[in-house]
Design a protein around this ligand. Structure first.
Ligand SMILES: *Cc1c(COP(=O)(O)O)cnc(C)c1O
Length: 435
């Protein structure tokens, strides 16, 4: 029998995260304080973020950062995750390419977000923080943070974009099972929320408004810090456990990827799978292509401009040097909620500018077609976000079919779609817009 899944023992869970900033020839430009226009220092972030996360955010010198043993113990609840050879998908496509995927959907919450939620909650606990706040759109990050906070004995409060709070009730229930206080945003519990509701009582909420509320709560509550599940460099750092494991597992399979692919919202799962391989490209000149797959309706990498822009809609955050569509860009209401963000992380933005990676855009219907093809071939229903990575993989595998090349393609399956079945219902009924 041909080996299908490659599994590492718990002892092989990485002991360090990989910080690509240390190896980059052109470092990301610094975030700028919007008031003073000065480059941001870690201390400037301490009032809002945990200190260790703030230091990791701006660390451009240490290539390897120790993973605390307490975090590794919690990683062991679901890591290592399997690396899977997608024989079913290869057969369905009739491609000579060898397709592998790293399955980050197999954990209590169903997406890769937990890889950063656990260390963020751990550092909070260690620094004497008692409460964490965050915002969530579709709910994957909120669910991961709710669980991680519970694991380390911290209270959590999540502002969920109101329209998702109403449309995705089960993700809200998941957060509540883990003891999180979930508030639809905009709410009357903060000044920012009250202002918005006074102007527009029917406001449906957005990530921008939810960020403003979560940050305000963190500032007003003693011993309370704010957390973010994507975009920032320390989040990408934590996600490198994905690629570090995958590298060892590809070696078990006797292969090395020619192409590495992930979907792209703010960049955390892409960074997680790609950076450990990219270090061989930067340091040893190894030829690998890295492809970020973004939605056609929110094309910051393929159509955005490199600029200093705010991370949130309201303009409260530091100015970040990144590819952006503008912080007031309003993406269409596609089902891949995790990809509806106007900007990209600063590391990935620099890498794209330097030509170390590529980006493609995928239309919504094409993403679901690829997702259904994958589900029927491999037995896993992917998250709408992950469908974008699958669509990009299918495109590359079909090129191999034309040329006869046996390329090795690795993609990240960032999450499962079992809480997104209403989106699949619409796709199967032919009722999806191909935006
Ligand atoms: C949040 C999310 C994404 C997008 O975020 P990145 O930071 O770009 O990885 C992708 N897939 C899933 C399943 C998510 O929950």
């Amino acid at each position: 029998m041909k080996q299908k899944r490659f599994i590492l023992p718990e002892t092989e869970i990485p002991k360090q995260w990989y910080n690509i900033q240390a190896d980059m020839k052109n470092k990301p430009m610094p975030p700028i304080h919007p008031g003073t226009k000065q480059p941001l220092k870690a201390e400037d972030l301490f009032p809002i973020f945990c200190e260790e996360c703030a230091r990791q955010e701006l660390n451009q010198t240490d290539a390897w950062i120790d993973i605390p043993e307490e975090v590794r113990e919690k990683y062991a609840y679901y890591r290592s995750t399997p690396l899977v050879r997608a024989y079913g998908l290869e057969e369905a496509l009739g491609t000579p390419a060898h397709i592998y995927f790293k399955n980050e959907s197999v954990n209590p919450l169903g997406s890769h977000k937990i890889n950063s939620a656990l260390p963020q909650a751990y550092y909070a606990k260690k620094e004497g923080v008692t409460n964490l706040t965050t915002e969530t759109g579709a709910g994957q990050w909120g669910a991961a943070l709710a669980y991680a906070a519970k694991v380390f004995g911290i209270e959590s409060a999540v502002y969920q974009v109101k329209i998702s709070y109403e449309q995705k009730p089960y993700r809200r229930s998941v957060m509540q099972v883990f003891g999180s206080q979930v508030t639809p945003s905009p709410s009357m519990s903060t000044r920012a929320g009250k202002d918005i509701l006074t102007r527009d009582p029917n406001h449906q909420g957005s990530l921008g408004t939810a960020i403003s509320e979560a940050v305000e709560l963190a500032q007003m509550t003693p011993n309370c810090k704010y957390t973010l599940g994507s975009v920032l460099s320390h989040v990408s750092l934590h996600q490198t456990v994905i690629g570090l494991e995958a590298e060892k597992q590809m070696a078990m399979a006797g292969e090395y990827p020619d192409i590495v692919i992930a979907c792209f919202g703010g960049g955390s799962n892409f960074s997680g799978i790609a950076f450990p391989f990219m270090r061989h490209t930067i340091l040893e000149g190894r030829q690998t292509r890295y492809i970020a797959a973004e939605p056609k309706s929110c094309p910051k990498l393929t159509k955005g401009k490199f600029m200093y822009d705010f991370g949130d809609e309201a303009g409260y955050t530091p100015l970040l040097p990144m590819y952006s569509l503008g912080h007031d860009f309003k993406p269409a209401l596609i089902h891949a909620g995790g990809l509806r963000y106007h900007g990209a992380g600063v590391i990935v933005s620099q890498l794209l500018k330097d030509g170390l990676m590529e980006a493609v855009d995928i239309a919504q219907q094409d993403s679901f077609s690829a997702g259904v093809l994958f589900a029927r071939a491999e037995g896993i229903i992917p998250a709408p976000e992950s469908c974008h990575a699958i669509a990009a993989t299918v495109n590359e595998a079909l090129k191999c079919k034309e040329t006869g090349e046996e390329k090795v393609i690795l993609f990240n399956l960032s999450g499962h779609g079992l809480m997104d079945m209403s989106a699949y219902d619409q796709f199967l009924a032919g009722a999806l817009q191909n935006t």
